[in-house]
Ligand binder design. Structure first.
Ligand SMILES: CC(C)(COP(=O)(O)OP(=O)(O)OC[C@H]1O[C@@H](n2cnc3c(N)ncnc32)[C@H](O)[C@@H]1OP(=O)(O)O)[C@@H](O)C(=O)NCCC(=O)NCCS
Length: 186
């Protein structure tokens, strides 16, 4: 093979490896997502050293990544590698009510007005390439297709990268003191 053709083939392979796509979570992704959850916890433990971070992997396994529950996860892939996720769920309007039910207490097919964006994580080496924005775009489109009327998130004021992502979609924000409630009508 000629050197230029070889270089072109190598370049195309590299571009394919870094092409980012988003899709819905599949049960076989579980191990990889749990690894990313641990990455997030290690990052938080380093950031907030005075705080004891409660491990969330068991909750993820039993609740958030359990296809029988209301929780919905989207994964971002760079090539074939899972490098990020966004978890959310149809919300009954108040966190204390949402926390009571892992399965929506509504007649089959009925959709509550709001969809809550609970957590987004992108592995550090893959940040600042628009992956979180792509995840949010997918989830907003998904929520619209499902018939929700609004998506919302609650983001701590220190979290400039995530606030930048959410604000880029023109969410309306309400100051809650320590955090903002950001919502987008669909
Ligand atoms: C928040 C997070 C998901 C963003 O993921 P990401 O894929 O890097 O996000 P994107 O590349 O789509 O966008 C990040 C934006 O923030 C900007 N940004 C990055 N660091 C920043 C900083 N310290 N201050 C201000 N803006 C910053 C980037 O430039 C980019 O904006 P741009 O596209 O206009 O240039 C990622 O940083 C993360 O996983 N953090 C830890 C978990 C977390 O805090 N999750 C959110 C709470 S639910």
């Amino acid at each position: 093979m000629e050197a230029s053709a070889f270089r072109l083939q190598k370049k195309m392979k590299k571009e394919k490896e870094f092409r980012v796509t988003v899709r819905e979570y599949r049960p076989r992704d579980r191990k990889k997502i749990l690894k990313l959850v641990k990455e997030l916890e290690a990052e938080l433990a380093e950031k907030f050293q005075a705080v004891k971070i409660k491990p969330g992997t068991e909750d993820c396994r039993k609740r958030y990544l359990n296809p029988a529950t209301k929780y919905k996860t989207f994964v971002a892939l760079a090539g074939k590698k899972i490098v990020g996720y966004l978890m959310g769920y149809p919300s009954l309007g108040a966190p204390e009510v949402d926390m009571m039910y892992d399965i929506l207490p509504l007649p089959h097919g009925e959709v509550p007005p709001e969809f809550y964006l609970q957590i987004t994580f992108v592995s550090k080496p893959f940040r600042n390439r628009g992956i979180s924005k792509l995840l949010h775009k997918h989830v907003i489109d998904y929520a619209r297709r499902q018939g929700h009327k609004e998506v919302y998130a609650c983001i701590a004021k220190w979290n400039d990268p995530e606030l930048k992502v959410i604000r880029s979609f023109k969410f309306k924000e309400k100051d809650l003191g320590y955090r903002y409630r950001l919502s987008l009508k669909l």
